[in-house]
Design a protein around this ligand. Structure first.
Ligand code: DGJ
Length: 730
């Protein structure tokens, strides 16, 4: 095992400098990897290496000269490609100077490394234009043990007037390999995270969003690049990346024409209709691209990302979560105090921690009895809730359960008092007909008064109800007619300043309520990104809770986001039995959205059995390492497991995902992440009342048997879901 001392020394070296003549070499190292920057004779900063760390760091200085590209323009591997001067490749940055000139050159000036702590270092490289007082600082924040880097840029100038930023990338990365394969995602409401993998061909492949809010509705900014050959779960060179931004984004993947083994990635805020006017001495801070790299496949890479996310990004990522009963699908907008009183009792009867009241509790002049009215009027509806939220919180408490509530504070229905009182707070074009998404419009979060209002929605709920335990923060509309009455002449700032405004609100929420659990929801997974997850404890992957679909959706999210953040609810969606539904929801943060009184005796008993098992295993699922064993895309049986740090406890989930004749587990499934020398007891858990185990196994196995031979989970049409618990036996 590596000692703490070793890590400390290695961290200190995380960005070591080897100066030779005029050439400056900067190696950004993590535990296994290195990204190397180097100046050329013209002081241009190049990214000359990305890959496994070298044993002898002196070797980094000699890498660039090994490449003899048939290209003397030298434009291919700039660390941050400027435009309009000598470099004609797709730029990371394009500007219009105060005098109207469009050329930019960026030369290396200096760099510095700050150690944040034993594990985290921050490299800052300063680049300046020799002809204009214009600078870009590149930031590389490395998380040594996790092999994760967050990379962003800060743009600034001191020209005599405003400079227009036409493109302003966060990160510009350059890779060299014998071919690149991009795994990207697309989807829509209820069909999030559909993967597609393809070999990148020459030219630029762009993945972007222009939706403004709910920006990931059609495609997220998460992606996987395999190098040399398509990576598998346990083999291959692979980079996982995601932009930490909750608005319009743009990812450009450019395979150079010659030499054809250079890939340039430029990631950042989408510059479409978004040029930014930057005043002298103002910092333009771009959002970070987070990425991790592994030479051992997507499994290793995603475990690194999970560890980083739990430790450094998601709120309370190493903490606990509340199980809950939500009323969205059991009541929709149709509830009152009497119904809710029964639901509190059901929450208790079910045995979960909290009741979550969803949409429909507010609006009086425009009651929220459907999705066409009330958004913006965050006062309790007096007919449904004459005694207000505080009475509900008390009633829940009297039943021994916590109380949480749904809000969608960034939005407004035209049928609302808010819309009438503050038409200037709404994003819309006065000269054009209003265009609605789910009958609603987006409030203008660039306006500080709107920020105060949105913060106030949250703050008032907590002020009036200090024991409120949870908030589900929804966001259901995109931005049409992107016009802000607050921004006046700077309309092109809207998309960027909207997200900044949102983050300002969330900063205030977190400053005042640092720990309270918040669920990030956007009509499903319309806003799952690490920019937002910095403020949230969990996200809502999809409104599609059909458990068969969820096996696929959760599988794909799991490449980037840890199980503790995945809100998995058991609902009426899908034809599978309750056992299958609960077993699928267990692979994350479990919740229910069902009519408890409709459960028969056996189903309720099963829910209790599963919740008990979940309580015993949630530490492994939430904080352990996840291994994807068998993909649902190419097998009859999908299989995933979670192993705790000490490798003494694990849980394996197996689901039938094919209904064809005789589909099922024909061979053992090899487990992963165990200790080969340890002995484990192997037990099927989550047994439905009245059924016995289907496992035909010896009760105990060595780790090496389980990992080399495996266990047949006996999944078939008769046993569609089999959960196996492993415990070390001495
Ligand atoms: C969309 C969410 O995804 C649902 O879970 C639910 O909260 C509805 N909005 C409520 O309007």
């Amino acid at each position: 095992m590596r000692s703490k001392n070793y890590l400390f020394t290695a961290c200190l070296m995380a960005a070591s400098i080897f100066a030779k003549a005029q050439v400056v070499t900067i190696a950004v190292e993590t535990q296994h990897n290195a990204l190397v920057l180097q100046t050329d004779a013209g002081k241009n900063l190049k990214m000359v290496y990305f890959g496994a760390k070298l044993n002898d760091a002196k070797g980094y200085a000699g890498i660039a000269k090994m490449y003899k590209p048939n290209d003397d323009s030298g434009i291919l591997d700039d660390a941050y490609t400027p435009s309009g001067s000598a470099n004609l490749a797709e730029p990371a940055i394009t500007v219009t100077h105060a005098d109207g000139n469009k050329s930019l050159d960026l030369q290396y000036v200096s760099h510095a490394v700050t150690k944040v702590d034993d594990n985290v270092s921050l490299l800052t490289v300063t680049l300046k234009d020799p002809a204009y007082p214009f600078e870009v600082k590149l930031y590389y924040k490395t998380f040594f043990k996790e092999d994760v880097t967050e990379q962003w840029s800060v743009i600034k100038h001191n020209e005599k007037g405003v400079v227009t930023l036409n493109k302003f990338g966060s990160a510009n990365l350059n890779f060299k390999a014998d071919g690149f394969w991009l795994k990207q995602y697309h989807g829509n409401w209820a069909s999030e995270m559909k993967p597609e993998e393809s070999k990148l061909t020459h030219g630029i492949k762009t993945i972007d969003s222009k939706l403004g809010t709910r920006a990931n509705l059609y495609q997220p900014s998460t992606f996987i690049i395999s190098m040399d050959k398509p990576a598998t779960e346990d083999e291959g060179k692979v980079l996982l990346g995601s932009l930490e931004w909750s608005g319009n984004f743009r990812l450009d993947f450019e395979l150079s024409p010659e030499p054809s083994n250079y890939l340039r990635l430029i990631a950042g805020i989408n510059n479409a209709a978004a040029e930014y006017h930057l005043k002298p001495n103002e910092d333009f801070v771009t959002p970070a691209l987070v990425y991790t790299y592994s030479e051992h496949g997507t499994g290793d890479a995603s475990r690194k990302m999970h560890r980083w996310a739990r430790k450094y990004k998601i709120v309370d990522g190493e903490g606990s979560r509340l199980t809950l009963l939500n009323n969205w699908e059991s009541t929709y907008f149709d509830f009152n105090e009497t119904k809710l009183a029964q639901l509190f009792k059901d929450t208790k009867k079910l045995g979960v921690d909290m009741f979550l009241l969803d949409d429909g509790w507010f609006g009086n002049n425009h009651p929220r009895n459907g999705d066409n009215a009330g958004l913006g009027d965050w006062q309790e509806n007096k007919l449904k809730l004459p005694n207000g939220i505080s009475a509900l919180v008390k009633e829940a408490d009297a039943n021994g359960v916590k109380f949480g509530i749904w809000i969608e504070p960034e939005m407004v229905n035209p049928a609302s008092d808010l819309y009438k009182a503050h038409p200037d707070w709404v994003i819309k074009e006065s000269g054009r007909p209003e265009k609605y998404f789910r009958n609603q419009l987006v409030l203008d979060l660039t306006n500080p008064k709107v920020q105060d209002f949105v913060f106030g929605v949250v703050d008032n709920l907590f002020i009036k109800n200090p024991s409120l335990a949870y908030i589900k923060w929804d966001c259901n509309a995109v931005i049409y007619n992107a016009n802000s009455q607050y921004l006046k002449k700077d309309q092109s700032h809207l998309y960027t300043d909207y997200v900044r405004g949102l983050y300002k609100v969330l900063d205030r929420v977190r400053a005042k309520y640092p720990k309270v659990p918040l669920m990030l929801c956007s009509g499903g997974g319309g806003r799952v990104d690490y920019g937002a997850l910095k403020y949230f404890t969990e996200y809502w992957p999809s409104d599609n809770t059909d458990p068969l679909e969820r096996v696929f959706i959760q599988w794909e999210y799991s490449y980037f986001f840890p199980a503790i953040a995945s809100s998995n609810h058991i609902t009426d969606w899908g034809k599978q039995p309750l056992k299958f539904k609960i077993d699928v929801a267990m692979m994350g943060k479990m919740g229910f959205d069902i009519v408890v009184s409709k459960l028969n005796e056996q189903e309720l008993a099963y829910a209790h059995i599963a919740l008990k098992n979940y309580n015993g295993l949630k530490d492994v699922i939430w904080h352990g390492d996840q291994y994807r064993l068998q993909s649902p895309w190419v097998n009859d049986v999908a299989s995933l497991m979670y192993v705790n740090d000490s490798k003494s406890k694990a849980v394996v989930f197996n689901y039938l995902v094919n209904n064809r004749y005789n589909a099922g587990a024909k061979a053992p499934i090899r487990f992963k992440g165990l200790d080969a020398t340890k002995t484990y007891s192997v037990k099927e858990i989550n047994l439905y009342p009245g059924t016995g185990t289907v496992l035909e196994t010896e009760p105990k196995y060595k780790g090496d048997f389980l990992m080399n031979v495996g266990i047949n989970p006996q999944v078939s049409a008769f046993h569609t879901s089999v959960v196996i618990q492993l415990d070390e036996v001495q």
